[in-house]
Design a protein. Structure first.
Length: 570
């Protein structure tokens, strides 16, 4: 007998239900050894035509559990209150019901006890397991849970009724009770749903006749919700109250911060960086999600090529000098800097950071939150750090001449300084610093390296399509990296894993310009940015375009996404 004890019990249960004959049972029991549970399920369904519901009942009896048809479960707004959607998708479990003492959960893999223990910790309730098929749970999590109409239907209807009744005033009294008004539930629901969806930014924009809610997921904006125009002022007022902003000031932009766990009873630790702006049809708001539960990634997980990773690790271990990261907002600069600090941090090293805002709290590192209202700016923080004997200093951003001057001085006086700058590529950083009034000899003496970076979407591993590039695509690959071969593209209609987009997650691409004697001569002689780029490439620098093509070659992304992220080199 080649099958395991539980597999044998499942087969005998099917025979007892008269779904298999004696000959079929004998044939299955004498199958080659080492057959997995998935292979056995496939054999029974495809070869012996056993219906999935009978197979589920047979497995449930063998496991001494109750069977549950997950496809019949109707998801609602409270389904993922105790255990969130992301956890369910990762572990293929589905909350069915709960009381004050128990939570009923459908499992696809009943013997993974660590998942059950984790659910008990998250929900603070005893777990009652049911057995469901993996296929039904996966389809339910990836379809019903992503439908915004069902997620927001009840609260949008309540908001519409309230505003149609003429009671559209929103004040401080409403803010004291999270259940006091539908508009409060709507604000909380938008933030929770955005967090579950992996959103980086929430955009709430007044249009001529509607309020549009959009999420930026994997760098691409997606429309999520349309609300009646008259709901806008109350929703913006609620969010401004949460961010401690002046709700009476609608003519000037304001910046603030929301600590979401103060406004919900759920165990969700989210901070949001809030920015309001007066627009042509009313006041709009953008909220950047800073998830405190996410940890920094190790450097190898950020997308560095082996050559770039070796250079970068060598640079961050230098005793002094300046390391700059450049790129637009949302290009992963902060994550790379935090990962670098994690790698160099030790009990023997004193690290100080000046940030606006503090996105992640790092153990063993002293972090300072900027506050422009009281005059605590990057330049004043940097000045104070120099009197505190640090080894490594992180400045969130070099925005002005004063901060740039102090940063260069710090790098020249025995400190390792890391910071960010907004430029398109690594060689362009030199021109940006000279525009700020920094002398070229100061730049060349202090600079260790510049890392330009972007985030590029990963093509979905489940539904990606392999093909041979031809014509223009083949020419681009050969010119950039001297290679041509089979690559992948995103499937047009996508799949359930990537929500029909064809892409899932993002990876960094990098342009690492390490200082060299030739670059020092070029900087001191004031050569053009294009000439600096040629010098850097001659010294081994791979451009953003070349690194993106390497990711295409490895099957990580598509050539379309690579060219949308960074243009082709001239």
């Amino acid at each position: 007998m080649a099958l395991g004890r539980l597999q044998t019990t499942i087969i005998k249960n099917l025979r007892r239900f008269e779904l298999l004959s004696d000959e079929q049972v004998e044939s299955i029991l004498n199958s080659p050894p080492g057959m997995t549970g998935e292979a056995l399920d496939q054999l029974l369904v495809e070869k012996y035509q056993v219906a999935s519901q009978y197979l589920l009942v047979s497995k449930a009896r063998a496991f001494r559990m109750s069977p549950f048809n997950a496809s019949k479960l109707q998801l609602h707004n409270g389904t993922f209150e105790l255990i969130d959607l992301e956890f369910c998708q990762k572990n293929l479990v589905l909350p069915v019901s709960s009381t004050n003492e128990f939570i009923i959960v459908a499992f696809s893999k009943p013997f993974e006890l660590t998942i059950s223990h984790k659910i008990q910790e998250l929900s603070e309730r005893k777990v009652i397991p049911l057995l469901s098929s993996e296929k039904d749970i996966r389809e339910k999590l990836n379809t019903d849970s992503s439908r915004s109409d069902e997620q927001f239907a009840d609260v949008v209807e309540a908001v519409g009724v309230e505003f149609d009744s003429g009671d559209s005033e929103f004040g401080d009294a409403d803010a004291e009770n999270e259940e006091s008004a539908p508009i409060i539930q709507l604000a909380g629901r938008i933030i929770e749903d955005a967090h579950r969806s992996g959103t980086s930014d929430i955009h709430i924009e007044p249009w001529e006749k509607e309020i549009i809610v959009r999420y930026r997921i994997d760098g691409v904006c997606q429309e999520k919700l349309r609300l009646p125009f008259k709901v806008g002022p109350a929703l913006i007022a609620r969010l401004k109250i949460m961010a401690n902003l002046d709700i009476s000031e609608r003519r000037l932009p304001q910046d603030g911060r929301i600590v979401f766990k103060h406004f919900t009873k759920k165990n969700v630790d989210i901070d949001l960086r809030v920015s309001t702006a007066p627009l042509n049809h009313g006041e709009g708001i953008v909220m950047r999600i800073l998830d405190k539960q996410k940890s920094t990634l190790p450097l190898p997980a950020l997308g560095f090529s082996e050559a770039n990773l070796e250079i970068y690790r060598e640079v961050i271990r230098q005793p002094y000098g300046m390391i700059l990261h450049c790129g637009p907002t949302g290009s992963g600069k902060s994550m790379t800097l935090y990962s670098a600090l994690n790698e160099v941090s030790s009990p023997e090293t004193v690290v100080r950071t000046a940030e606006d805002p503090i996105e992640y709290t790092l153990p063993g590192i002293n972090q300072m939150q900027m506050n422009r209202k009281i005059g605590l700016t990057f330049s004043s923080a940097l000045r104070s750090f120099l009197r505190q004997d640090p080894d490594v200093i992180l400045v969130g951003e070099i925005r002005d001449k004063e901060t740039a001057n102090i940063a260069v001085e710090a790098a020249l006086t025995g400190h390792l300084l890391l910071s960010t700058l907004h430029t398109n590529d690594a060689p362009g950083t030199i021109a940006r610093l000279t525009d700020m009034g920094i002398e070229t000899f100061m730049i060349s003496s202090s600079l260790l390296c510049v890392c330009a970076q972007r985030l590029m979407r990963r093509v979905c591993k489940v539904c990606r399509v392999s093909y041979e590039p031809e014509g223009r695509e083949k020419e681009i690959l050969e010119k950039a990296i001297g290679w041509s071969g089979s690559i992948f593209k995103a499937k047009h209609e996508g799949c359930s894993r990537c929500n029909g987009v064809g892409y899932k997650g993002r990876i960094g691409i990098h342009e690492l310009m390490k200082i060299s004697e030739d670059l020092i001569d070029g900087i001191n002689n004031g050569v053009e940015t294009s000439d600096l780029k040629k010098i850097a490439m001659a010294n081994g620098m791979k451009t953003l375009h070349q690194d993106s093509m390497e990711k295409v070659k490895l099957g990580i992304s598509s050539i379309e996404e690579a060219l949308c992220t960074v243009p082709q080199d001239l």
